[in-house]
Design a binder for this molecule. Sequence first.
Ligand SMILES: Cc1cc2nc3c(=O)[nH]c(=O)nc-3n(C[C@H](O)[C@H](O)[C@H](O)COP(=O)(O)O)c2cc1C
Length: 411
Amino acid sequence: MSASTSVSASPERILVGVAGGIAAYKAAELVRRLRERGVQVRVVMTENAERFVAPLTFQALSGEPVRTSLWDSAAEAAMGHIELARWAQRIVIAPASADLIARLAQGQAGDLLTTLCLASEAPLFVAPAMNRVMWANAAVQANVATLATRGATLLGPDEGDQACGETGVGRMWEAGAIAEAVLEPRPDPAARAVLAGKRLLLTAGPTFEDLDPVRYLGNRSSGRMGYAIATQAQRLGMDVILVSGPVSLPAPSGVRRVSVRSAEDMREAVQAHVSGTDVFIATAAVADFRPSERSDSKIKKRGDGGLTLELVQNPDILAEVAARQDRPFVVGFAAETHDVERYARDKLERKRLDMIAANRVGDDGCGFDADCNALEVFWPEGRAPIGKASKTQVARELLGMIAERLGELRT
Ligand SMILES: Cc1cc2nc3c(=O)[nH]c(=O)nc-3n(C[C@H](O)[C@H](O)[C@H](O)COP(=O)(O)O)c2cc1C
């Protein structure tokens, strides 16, 4: 790796490769998003991409000339393709057509984009976009697997409506998600080595316990910590299923989300997906109690009198997963207002967890319903702090600790 290609820091120079597919128009938004973050962007289009979007669009958005051909005598007088390959700190191909993926997997160099990918030491990100049947084709799957084995990071595709009128897996990730993934520091290779290919089941957000058709008992959990873990786990190559209570967050790209409302719904979804899971992380703030009865019609005022609610205990989803014979590596979360270590260790032992991440709620604006967090992580033989940081950074560090523990247990 060249000195200019930093592994950990955010990149300052990104080369966007655009291949010939309907989603080429979304690459314009990607360039805009990257420029907004202060990144220098150069765009290289395949000749077929020009049939979908004019180079002038990318030139205007990037503020740089756009290259489309290897046979550009002015640019190549100074070996322009090698200069571009060296200039790029990261290369992202969005959209990546099935054909371009095949050419990259074979190491072809018949056009500018494939040539400079071969000639560059920059990390490569590939955002495929194609019809769902093309994506499912064994040839395409073998080609993306080859690229992944050689270190390329695959961004997507997502599931959803497609330009061809079908619905399925093949949609390109949204520009914002691609920009975020490309700008992030590279995932920790040691964590990736342990976690890639493993299945993560994760709960996040609050649960709502209905009293009647318009009222419920809920809590202030925003789901942001769980969603950050789901996103980072996906980046480490994990197969992530996110069982989420009602939150206002979009599903992270590449993550399967199962939306639920109550604790009982969450339990059902967890039970349905837990088999075959390697790691279970319970970040959801599951209501301990629910009303003993749910009224089918809106509860009315009764004169001046009050209303007494009878509550019954909800199932303990975390303890149930930890008690399974085929239990995954189980990580709990504890939000405490005081005596953090005592309560966290008690929960760790009582519920037979492998790890518990505790945060002190109410401290310096971090934790519940905030963008930052700080955790104290405990496992049977040890503990480690994760200092105050963004939830994205905290998620990365926590996954690193889980990978380390899993690695130790394996040996
Ligand atoms: C209207 C139209 C839409 C297309 N959309 C896609 C697509 O979304 N994904 C894809 O892989 N190929 C798509 N193709 C096929 C590619 O354009 C074709 O394979 C081409 O050779 C790709 O060239 P490139 O990889 O050099 O850009 C489409 C073709 C047409 C005519």
